[in-house]
Write a protein that binds this ligand. Structure first.
Ligand code: ZN
Length: 387
């Protein structure tokens, strides 16, 4: 009897200790801010809640870096971390923020678009919470997130997510996926307020081009491509042909389906004058049949199981022992974005978007992503934004 009396509180204490021990790394990850150095092109930084007030004070509010050119011209929005487990989007947008010099036009860059998702993880899949990129000044620590916003920020999930305004029935989990909640509502679920804020930038500022930057499985047919609706397809096709001819990498065009709602490449164009594009680069880390989900796999994209599947022609991209390393993925994105700007500007000279000093595919492959990241410790503190 006495032993039983003692066992219960001891077990309860052990369970509590386990919860704290397991929860602390997740708590630290959720509150870990990454430094973003304002490059020479950044003219101001605002919060997304200035456009979507429903975000104020929430974990979904996020920084918007504005790069205004000397000359007015066209306007573009870049989105990274729509899916925060596809870090090539985040890193490509950081390369624009820290390097771009805008000669003409304005860029609005949102590197942590699903800020809540970037502070979430997938413990069941053994996702790393962080990974490190070598730079010229040391290791740069990146917060690895998840596809969906944290349930701590948006909860409970419905049984079925009813898309606004089309009333299409989507999977319950997509209510926390900002690439299903476009065009959003000011007072909708938190992720709808995120997309609403971005839509307000496009409508109020008269944005011409919006580019949503992703990574996709090598076993998924919509990978290594530019997804574009009818209104953007000409520019997307010319961009794809030009990077292939001039820079030697493949990036085909996929049409944005009309009947599948909530996606950026569909709703942005249908609800504003903006031309949307969604970029996918192959990220082997996301494929299901790989070895452990390690930072190494995230960085080099080398996996023996994918290699054997490639030999059986089960992948939608070319794949060999060289894997699909991060610099290749980020470099592709930089070149495709620059090429989309160039093609848009050729057709709309009065609204040209002219950006220089952003590395292209061959530069990033040769020098690595980290070579183009600025050292926060070496920058003026007022030019470092923690996000
Ligand atoms: Zn994605």
């Amino acid at each position: 009897m006495k032993r039983e009396k003692l066992a219960k509180p001891l077990l309860a204490a052990a369970a509590l200790a386990l919860i704290i021990w397991g929860g602390l790394p997740l708590y630290r990850h959720r509150h870990f801010d990454m430094p973003v150095v304002e490059g020479q092109g950044v003219t101001r930084v605002v919060r997304l809640s200035e456009y979507g007030p429903g975000l104020r004070g929430t974990m979904a509010d996020t920084s918007v870096f504005v790069l205004e050119g000397k000359e007015s011209g066209g306007k573009a929005v870049l989105l990274g971390d729509t899916h925060a487990n596809e870090p090539e989007g985040l890193l490509a947008s950081l390369l624009f923020i820290e390097n771009a010099v805008v000669e003409k036009g304005t860029l609005y860059v949102i590197p942590f678009f699903n800020n809540s998702g970037s502070r979430n993880t997938r413990p069941g899949d053994g996702y790393p919470l962080y990974f490190e990129i070598p730079t010229d000044w040391g290791l740069f620590q990146v917060r690895m997130g998840n596809r969906d916003a944290s349930p701590l920020d948006q909860w409970p999930d419905p049984d079925v997510y009813v898309h606004y305004p089309d009333k299409q029935l989507l999977s319950f989990i997509d209510v926390r996926n900002v690439n299903r909640t476009w065009p959003g509502r000011p007072g909708g679920p938190l992720m709808e307020r995120v997309t609403f804020g971005a839509m307000e930038i496009m409508r109020r500022e008269g944005v011409d081009v919006a580019i949503d930057i992703h990574g996709a499985e090598t076993m998924f047919p919509v990978t290594n491509c530019i997804v574009a609706p009818e209104k953007s397809v000409k520019i997307a096709t010319l961009a794809a042909l030009n990077v292939k001819a001039k820079e030697g990498f493949e990036n085909h065009v996929e049409p944005s389906p009309v009947g599948f709602r909530g996606l950026s490449h569909r709703e942005i164009g249908d609800h504003s004058g903006t031309l949307p594009f969604l970029l996918e680069a192959p990220i082997p880390f996301l494929d299901q049949p790989t070895g452990p989900k390690t930072p190494k796999l995230l960085l080099d994209g080398k996996d023996p199981f994918l290699l054997s599947l490639a030999r059986r022609k089960k992948l939608f991209v070319a794949y060999d022992e060289s894997g699909w390393p991060l610099p290749k993925r980020v470099g592709q994105h930089c070149s495709v974005i620059l090429e989309i700007f160039r093609q848009f500007s050729k057709r709309n000279p009065e609204k040209a978007i002219v950006v220089r000093n952003v590395p292209r595919y061959a530069d990033v492959v040769r020098n690595g992503v980290g070579h183009y990241l600025l050292n926060p410790a070496g920058a003026d503190r007022k030019n470092v934004v923690m996000n």
